[in-house]
Design a binder for this molecule. Structure first.
Ligand SMILES: NC(=O)c1ccc[n+]([C@@H]2O[C@H](COP(=O)([O-])OP(=O)(O)OC[C@H]3O[C@@H](n4cnc5c(N)ncnc54)[C@H](OP(=O)(O)O)[C@@H]3O)[C@@H](O)[C@H]2O)c1
Length: 247
């Protein structure tokens, strides 16, 4: 049985890493997929081509941190796909530095891209979801948003903000049958981490109870659960996908 058969998902930031993994697994599980990206036009085309034999899929170049662009995007997705059942607010970036050296610009950029984006997209999708009396919103936070991390005060604050936002939306929109949950990945091995020194990465793996880094599909499978009817009585939660790291 395909867990997302007949559903339409909008996923932000799906040209790489976790977002790409979510798009692939959502397509395999029967969802139609609208996805966004910031600048990777070629990678977006590759993903469209790769999955077009599996499902209806379309990529949109749209800056999630831009309020007006988010509204326009949702209007376009509604015109193309007719509905949005699942929103995955995945797009996110880092600009790490110790607070002593962190510029105001690095603070503002991270809050705008990681937190404003979640507000922008959620605000845009709730109208069609309220009309449909159904919806699942999944926000990508991080273990760093739960625990904090030296050198990532901007990122941790943005991700902690996502958790507060998630819980509030779950409370506001539960009566409309709209669920809102967050996923907190730990150390997920993506193209970004592949570029790091192997010894450093092995050290991180050794510190995780399950003794490995996560894969994008580990996070994507949690998104399938939260997007599907399997989780129809779950809202306002933060699910750590971290191999036991925060335990
Ligand atoms: N990787 C980890 O270990 C980890 C751990 C905890 C949480 N997370 C969270 O998981 C999410 C995905 O992380 P990742 O490592 O997979 O990231 P990634 O590989 O760097 O990919 C980021 C994606 O977001 C898109 N994007 C960036 N800024 C955007 C914007 N303003 N508007 C629209 N799209 C934008 C990028 O598009 P372009 O390709 O066009 O730039 C790309 O598709 C993030 O929210 C991150 O904070 C990751």
């Amino acid at each position: 049985m395909k867990l997302l058969e007949g559903k339409v998902a909008l996923i932000t930031g799906a040209t790489r890493g976790i977002g790409k993994g979510i798009a692939e697994i959502f397509a395999q599980q029967g969802a139609k997929v609208a996805f966004t990206y910031a600048g990777s036009v070629e990678k977006a085309k590759e993903l469209e081509t790769a999955l077009s034999s599996v499902t209806q899929i379309k990529g949109y170049q749209s800056d999630a941190s831009d309020f007006e662009a988010a509204q326009k995007l949702v209007d376009e997705v509604m015109a193309e796909f007719g509905k949005i059942d699942i929103l995955v607010n995945n797009a996110g970036i880092t600009k790490d530095n110790l607070l002593m050296r962190m510029s105001k610009d690095d603070w503002d950029t991270i809050i705008k891209v990681n937190l404003d984006s979640v507000f922008n997209l959620t605000k845009a999708v709730i109208k069609p979801m309220m009309k449909a009396k159904s919806g699942s919103i999944i926000n990508m936070t991080s273990v760093v948003g739960v625990k904090g991390n030296a050198g990532q005060a901007n990122y941790a604050a943005s991700k902690a903000g996502v958790i507060g936002f998630t819980k509030s939306i779950a409370l506001e929109l539960g009566s409309r049958n709209i669920r809102c949950n967050a996923i907190a990945p730990g150390f997920i091995e993506t193209e970004m981490t592949a570029a790091l020194d192997e010894k450093t990465v092995q050290g991180w793996r050794d510190g995780i109870p399950l003794k490995r880094g996560g894969q994008p599909e580990d996070v994507a499978n949690a998104c399938v659960f939260l997007g599907s009817e399997m989780s129809s009585y779950i809202s306002g939660q933060v699910l750590n996908v971290d191999g036991g790291m925060l335990t």
